[in-house]
Design a protein around this ligand. Structure first.
Ligand code: BG6
Length: 486
């Protein structure tokens, strides 16, 4: 698919971490794949003045650093620069918004404002855009997560943005929904009767969803130390993966049909409050250790982290969904920084056979599992049992894999490529509606308040491990184990 009409993408936080690592490289790849129209503008909004040469130099460096070397070539870069503009905005100076208006084309029907800044700035940015007449009926706004830091602040931001944009113009992004395997999960569930018939409490024992990172807080401590893993990863990415896994079949691929089903899952989550928090939620903070073969410091010793920081860098939760499909099926969700490896997996554990006629094996290898691996090496594997060749009737595990990269020998696009393209063509299917955002905060809020009142350091874990001991116990209490590396 290709965009025909001219577009304008105005990136607030235009040279920030997200823009450099993800957004600008994604736009460059869309361009290289021939999916952008000839006429278009990518306007990076910065806080300090930059001469064009320095700006282009920074974008070029970002592309070289964050794209695989084989995807960057001078010829394409020389054409791509034609889209790039840099503009300085001072939120306190309405004149700078007026100058932005002069840099844009009044006739352009496809104008996207992408707010890749802290969400505390969203209200001022929208007010500034409105004040200078930049928001027309075809304008769209993309909001990065986390939106707010709790239910109340998210409500305020939502209400403020709604003063200037209709809900249909607002795209709340969660880049995990743009990952190829997540969409493949929907296809696998809803295009094959084989799995959908088994997709319930009669056949499924439990489901594990893990997003593990081997990286630490890197250069984002200023942001992360106020946010923590619950707000940074759990409230959005993990809950969205849970929704896609657990939702009922939508009536169509229409954005509201899918969002209606996702919000029903969020509304069915069993609340975790009071003492149940100690029982079902684990939080941790990394200590020194070894990551990717190198010694690394503890979280509290990272630059810009408070020495007595109580910010969690790991969360694991036992989530229950109170509806007919999922009654009695726990979903174990976890995420953390400085864990043993970078991986993201959804593992569906089917119930064991009622009676085995084969020689006893380790219980875990016998259980049939369906694994959706989002990264790295995205793909889907069905783990079954087969006979070991040779005498006797020994059983061993085997994998049936469905790997998009192997199959089609095509590049798997980055999530942001897919999502930026979707915004440009006004397809909101993979974006969150306001009620989804609010339900997620409503569920997470009591846990955050409980932790806040505790004033304790989260349980330490060694960098390079799989998190605190309490996370292992969370499953062990139920007679289960995490799939450390399925
Ligand atoms: C972001 C978080 O949303 O997702 C980061 O703010 C995290 O802390 C990142 O590192 C992980 O994304 P991915 O796509 O690299 O798994």
């Amino acid at each position: 698919m290709h965009i025909d009409a001219p577009f304008e993408l105005i990136l607030f936080g235009g040279l920030g971490d997200l823009s450099q690592r993800k957004l600008l490289p994604a736009m460059y790849m869309l361009f290289c794949d021939g999916r952008l129209p000839e006429t278009g503008k990518i306007v990076a909004i910065t806080r300090r003045e930059l001469v064009r040469e320095d700006f282009l130099q920074q974008v070029r460096q970002a592309l070289r650093q964050h794209l695989e070397a084989r995807y960057f070539d001078e010829g394409s870069w020389n054409q791509f620069v034609e889209y790039l503009i840099c503009h300085t905005i001072d939120l306190g100076d309405p004149g700078t918004f007026v100058q932005l208006e002069q840099a844009l084309n009044k006739q352009c029907q496809n104008r996207v404002f992408y707010l890749a800044t802290g969400s505390d700035l969203y209200t001022d940015i929208c007010a500034g855009l409105h004040g200078s007449g930049l928001i027309h009926e075809h304008a769209k706004v993309v909001l990065e997560k986390p939106i707010g830091h709790d239910f109340e602040s998210a409500t305020q931001i939502n209400n403020a943005v709604a003063e200037y944009f209709a809900e249909s113009q607002i795209y709340r992004i969660d880049h995990y929904l743009g990952k190829e395997t997540v969409q493949n999960l929907m296809v696998l569930r809803f295009a094959n009767s084989l799995f959908e018939h088994q997709w319930n409490h009669k056949y499924i024992d439990h489901i594990q969803i893990t997003i593990s990172e081997s990286l630490g807080v890197e250069k984002r401590a200023g942001f992360y130390d106020h946010v923590g893993a619950m707000r940074d990863m759990f409230q959005n990415h993990l809950l969205q993966l849970l929704c896609i896994t657990a939702m009922e079949p939508p009536a169509s691929l229409e954005s509201d049909a899918i969002r209606d089903e996702k919000v029903k899952v969020l509304r069915s989550l069993k609340a975790i409050t009071g003492e149940a928090i100690n029982d079902k939620v684990v939080r941790g903070q990394y200590d020194a250790g070894v990551a990717d073969g190198k010694p690394v410091p503890r979280y509290r010793d990272e630059p810009d982290v408070a020495v007595k920081s109580q910010t969690e860098t790991f969360v694991a939760v036992k989530v229950e969904i109170e509806n007919w499909r999922w009654a009695g099926v726990p979903f174990y969700l976890r995420t953390g920084k400085r864990l043993a490896e970078r991986a993201c997996e959804i593992v569906v554990h089917f119930k064991e056979i009622p009676h085995s006629i084969f020689p006893l094996q380790h219980k875990n290898t016998m259980a049939n599992k369906l694994v959706f691996r989002l990264q790295p090496d995205e793909g889907i594997r069905l783990m079954l049992c087969e006979k070991k060749i040779g005498p006797g009737m020994s059983v061993r595990p085997m994998n049936l894999s469905l790997n998009p990269a192997d199959h089609k020998k095509t590049r798997v696009p980055e999530a942001y490529e897919r999502l930026l393209f979707d915004v440009l063509v006004s397809n909101a299917t993979l974006f969150l509606r306001d009620d989804e955002l609010m339900e997620a905060w409503r569920w997470v809020d009591p846990i955050l308040t409980f932790w806040n009142d505790l004033e304790q350091r989260p349980e330490p874990y060694t960098s390079g491990s799989w998190g605190p001991a309490a996370a292992t116990l969370l499953l062990a209490k139920d007679g289960r184990l995490w799939d450390e590396n399925s």
